[in-house]
Design a protein around this ligand. Structure first.
Ligand code: MUC
Ligand code: MG
Length: 369
């Protein structure tokens, strides 16, 4: 069935430093998985994370080691299982490792969808849209540069919603930075902030009140991953949307957060969820709990980005759009035909599988040897 499973670490510099409370990125290390079947079909998946171990529990190196050592031998030993049975076998034999599991699942779905001649979205229940709105993240760390960058994006019709990375400065300084940008861009431009869990609950109360009063639309992951008590109290206290990001680690945590009103919006990330199917399960839990949806990213390159878009295209209500801009933050193109960003949206390919073609010569030049 599966002849080979390869894991590539691909280093690509970013277009500018990307400053977050948890790490400053100058380069992104893409973790790409290529699975080849015995009858010659190739499937791709991605397990990229942010800042090595700065953001999550899996690093590019740990993902590669675990895939090469545990996932690959298991997959190449399979004789006659369908995709669901293969995923179930993986779950029974391997704990944790959501990023690796997502990448493997993506590649298996890419293969299966190519076999059936359908886009991956159709294996996930079917798309409701052919494109998704994409915001841009302002994270240069400088107010004037961020304003200029935002104005350029609006002019290019690339993005008209912005998320600001805050949490590394004092609350008051961050608030002044955000509100200066909000004022410069005007009432019609939606501004959101991502604190990346940097605030204590008291800092969050102070910061969120000022941001809410200043017209900011959404506050992402203000407090620590495990501090769901604080997330719940903030969600109940404020009118502005409070979004769970890092606290969401798949369907089980989605259920826990939903049950206790720990967020008003979920940032669904396929890698954090442990797969595209699990990302759709998180969305289903949100829908049942009356929680709004946002399509998140781990700043993946084109493979993870388009895989996410296939999953997000199936969501009934994507009230807060997506942040699937990862490939636009990178200085190198790894697809033969780049993803299409136009009119503030990312187009989702109609072709079989993920609907993309990797430039393998380019990957060979960029991969860690
Ligand atoms: C995060 O926490 O949201 C997504 C966009 C971005 O700039 O950083 C990531 C991670
Ligand atoms: Mg976030």
């Amino acid at each position: 069935m599966y002849k080979s499973v390869e894991t590539l670490l691909v280093e690509i510099p970013t277009i500018r430093p990307h400053k977050m409370a948890v790490a400053t990125m100058q380069t992104q290390t893409l973790v790409l998985i290529k699975i080849t079947t015995e009858d010659g079909i190739i499937g791709w998946g991605e397990a990229t994370t942010i800042g090595g171990l700065g953001y999550g529990e899996e690093s590019p190196e740990s993902v590669k080691t675990n895939i090469d050592t545990y996932f690959a031998p298991l997959l190449t030993s399979i004789k006659d299982l369908n995709v669901a049975q293969t995923l179930s076998l993986i779950k029974r034999n391997i704990n944790g490792n959501r990023f690796a599991k997502c990448a493997i699942q993506t590649a298996l779905l890419d293969i299966q969808a190519k076999r059936l001649g359908l886009p991956v979205s159709e294996l996930l229940g079917g798309r409701l849209r052919n494109s998704v709105p994409v915001l841009w993240v302002l994270a240069s760390g400088n107010t004037e540069k961020d304003i200029a960058e935002a104005k350029k994006m609006i002019e290019l019709k690339r993005h008209n919603i912005f998320k600001l990375k805050i949490g590394s400065r004092k609350v008051q300084e961050d608030v002044e930075h955000v509100l200066a940008i909000k004022q410069a861009l005007g009432a019609d431009v939606s501004i959101r902030v991502d604190v990346n869990r940097a605030w204590s609950e008291l800092e969050a109360i102070k910061g969120i009140q000022l941001l809410q009063d200043g017209g900011v639309d959404l506050i992402e992951q203000p407090c620590a991953i495990e501090n769901l008590d604080a997330m719940e109290r903030l969600t109940r206290r404020f009118d502005v949307a409070i979004m769970a990001d890092e606290s969401l680690m798949g369907p089980a945590t989605a259920y826990q957060i939903a049950k206790r009103n720990g967020a008003s919006v979920f940032a669904v990330k396929v890698a954090q969820s442990g797969g595209l199917i699990e990302g759709c399960e998180v969305a289903k839990i949100a829908k049942l709990a009356g929680i709004d949806l946002y399509g998140g990213t781990m700043l993946e390159g084109s493979v993870g980005t388009i895989a996410s878009a296939h999953a997000f295209s199936t969501f009934d209500n994507l009230a807060y759009g997506t942040e699937l801009f990862g490939p636009l933050l990178l200085t190198e193109e790894i697809l033969k035909t780049p993803l299409r960003y136009e009119n503030f949206e990312l187009a989702i390919p109609q072709g079989p599988g993920l609907g993309i073609e990797l430039d393998e010569d380019k990957l060979d030049q960029l991969r860690r040897k």
